[in-house]
Design a protein around this ligand. Structure first.
Ligand SMILES: [Zn+2]
Ligand SMILES: [Zn+2]
Ligand SMILES: [Zn+2]
Length: 262
């Protein structure tokens, strides 16, 4: 087990701040020898590239004159707003799952979770015990804990559920956000600008937490990699050790205590 993820949050954030480009990875890369085996790395790369197009479309639409009339402008406003919210949430979701995939947390626990549940869901162990009200747990918090980033995340002044609530509102059929409000094209565009700006500010904030986590995990794995190479150079055969590469825990090796009988 080596480094099995790309710093997607870091790359996405750099791109949004016009300081970098996004990675490209295809099925050819996925099939190549020594490729990442993390499925979320590949879907994450695609989601990042789609999100970049959505952001470009929104930016172009709000900053350039177009041949839209008042009705078109409102429909376009809703279309672009919904896409920005949807992809911002998907991007956070895949960046988190990509990191979770590198931990001992079984994939079955999070694979079907949307962003809201990744940020907060009832504790599965307590849920099983009858009569007990399960306390909320955060998988992002569990991910951050070994790196001492959990408190920073949990007690952050920004509301991390804000993006989740925006997504829920945009998906709710009764939501006022989905109502056409005919006015001048300029007004319609300026509303879109304000709304998307708010979404992207929250998104960039969430990415900054995830970027820190990516950085720490990469550092951690690089250090463990050095330790393993050192062990190998000192003549310890790899099959004699049980490598316990848990993110955030310092690398230890145990000589295999059970020797198979010949
Ligand atoms: Zn519990
Ligand atoms: Zn903690
Ligand atoms: Zn925060």
């Amino acid at each position: 087990m080596g480094i099995n993820f790309l710093p997607l949050a870091k790359d996405m954030r750099a791109w949004l701040m016009q300081r970098g480009s996004l990675p490209i990875a295809s099925t050819t890369d996925q099939r190549a020898e020594g490729a990442y085996t993390n499925p979320y790395t590949f879907s994450g790369v695609s989601i990042a590239l789609i999100m970049a197009r959505v952001v470009n479309a929104f930016h172009q639409y709000t900053t350039q004159t177009s041949g839209h009339d008042e009705i078109d402008a409102e429909i376009e406003r809703l279309r672009l707003y919904n896409e920005v919210v949807l992809y911002a949430a998907r991007m956070c979701e895949v960046a988190i799952k990509q990191l979770l995939y590198c931990t001992q947390i079984p994939e079955s626990r999070y694979e079907r979770m949307a962003l809201g549940a990744l940020l907060e869901s009832p504790c599965p162990s307590c849920k099983k015990e009858n009569g007990k009200t399960p306390h909320p747990v955060s998988l992002v918090g569990s991910l951050a804990h070994p790196f001492h980033l959990c408190l920073e995340f949990d007690h952050c002044a920004m509301s991390h559920m804000d993006l989740v609530n925006k997504l829920r509102n945009s998906q709710a059929a009764h939501s006022g956000i989905q109502t056409l409000n005919f006015r001048s094209v300029e007004e319609s565009k300026s509303q879109l600008m304000t709304d998307c700006d708010e979404v992207l500010t929250g998104f960039l904030h969430m990415l900054s937490h995830l970027e820190k986590l990516e950085e720490r995990m990469l550092d951690d794995l690089a250090k463990k990699g050095e330790a393993i190479i050192l062990l190998k150079l000192n003549g310890l055969p790899a099959e004699d050790c049980n490598f316990s590469l848990i993110p955030g825990e310092s690398f230890t090796y145990e000589s295999n205590p059970i020797h198979p009988q010949d």
